[in-house]
Design a protein around this ligand. Structure first.
Ligand SMILES: Nc1nc2c(ncn2[C@@H]2O[C@H](COP(=O)(O)OP(=O)(O)OP(=O)(O)O)[C@@H](O)[C@H]2O)c(=O)[nH]1
Ligand SMILES: [Mg+2]
Ligand SMILES: [Zn+2]
Length: 315
């Protein structure tokens, strides 16, 4: 049978068959052939083949994971492996908040870089509180760069209906820092009663309330709630993929002297020129360089040959 993974907790997967029945499944054997060297073999949104443990049983064994058409993954520092959070969604909704936790645009830039083959929508929650003018400008930049954006409040319901219209017909994964209000927003949209967190008063941030990803059906769309992070690092080892997640860099790079220019220290670089002229946002550029820094930190010193650290090392 074929099915879609709705939830995964402690290596037990809730899989919904084409007929709409939900089975509790484990993986057959120790590993899936398709998932060697990955942090987690199966994630919410995966399409899998499974067999029933017995006739009429509500339990089964997953035998095969189908190819994914999109993914959201991050680097898991503890295990030094890429960790996929969810798969096969049509859009990633990067939820950020005005306060508690504060608005962190560089976190958003990282979320965008963690998306593979899927568009990103940027949703500012807690709009019942105001951003500073500088923050607002940085948020509005995303719209200018071509991203769909929305400014909503899960608490008051402001703009939520308009936002939901943007999700019609789609499977949307909500990702973002802990405490930004992903579960609160989903509760507001679906009328569900998922646990939402108290804020950690000492640190003014979320407390990791949601501890596993979960797929929930709405009227004409599907939502995936995911556990929030405090920090996020990009999953790839290819810096060019990071550069590709900055549309303004991609556009400018046609005029860089070097093919495959990483816009760090190459001569005659259009991106750096535009940053100096103020035509590319300097904070976005710094955000990009920091992503390269964290990727370089994972490499042995002799393997660093493209970022800031490498150029410092040569001086
Ligand atoms: N002022 C205000 N507070 C909100 C809003 N939405 C959520 N909150 C509060 O933010 C806190 C965290 O909300 P959650 O929904 O648990 O956040 P989350 O993103 O799901 O957090 P994790 O599950 O840890 O990733 C709760 O105390 C909510 O009451 C909002 O629109 N305005
Ligand atoms: Mg949550
Ligand atoms: Zn360049």
């Amino acid at each position: 049978m074929e099915g879609i993974v709705l939830r995964s907790i402690n290596n037990i997967y809730s899989v919904r068959s084409d007929q709409g029945d939900v089975y509790s499944c484990r993986i057959k054997g120790k590993q899936l052939a398709q998932a060697k060297g990955e942090y987690n073999p199966i994630v919410v949104g995966d399409v899998v083949d499974f067999t029933l443990s017995g006739e009429g049983s509500s339990e089964g064994l997953v035998t095969f994971r189908h190819d994914r058409r999109s993914e959201f993954s991050r680097w898991n520092d503890k295990r030094s492996l890429n960790q996929t959070i969810c798969a096969n969604m049509d859009v990633v909704v990067c939820v950020c908040s005005v306060e508690s936790p504060p608005f962190r645009p560089r976190f958003i830039d990282r979320v965008i870089a963690c998306c593979k083959s899927v568009p990103v929508m940027i949703v500012l929650n807690k709009c019942d509180i105001l951003l500073t003018e500088d923050e607002l400008e940085r948020f509005e930049l995303y719209k200018k760069l071509g991203y769909q954006t929305a400014s909503v409040s899960a608490e008051t319901g402001e703009n939520v209906e308009r936002f939901v219209k943007m999700l019609e017909g789609k499977t949307a994964a909500f990702v973002g820092q802990s405490g930004v209000g992903k579960s609160s927003l989903i509760n507001r949209i679906l009328g569900t009663d998922q646990r939402v967190g108290d804020l950690n008063a000492k640190y003014n941030r979320g407390n990791h309330t949601t501890n596993h990803a979960l797929m929930l059906d709405g009227p004409g769309f599907t939502l995936i709630d995911t556990p929030g992070f405090r920090e996020i690092s990009v999953p790839h080892d290819d810096p060019h993929l990071v550069a590709q997640s900055f549309p303004e860099f991609v556009k400018a790079s046609a005029k860089c002297a070097y093919d495959g220019c990483l816009h760090v220290n190459e001569p005659d670089c259009e991106v750096r020129r535009l940053v100096e002229k103020g035509k590319i946002n300097a904070d976005r550029y710094e955000s990009y360089l920091r992503m390269l820094d964290t990727m370089e930190d994972r490499l042995p010193v002799w393997g660093r040959n493209w970022g800031r650290k490498c150029s410092k090392g040569q001086q």
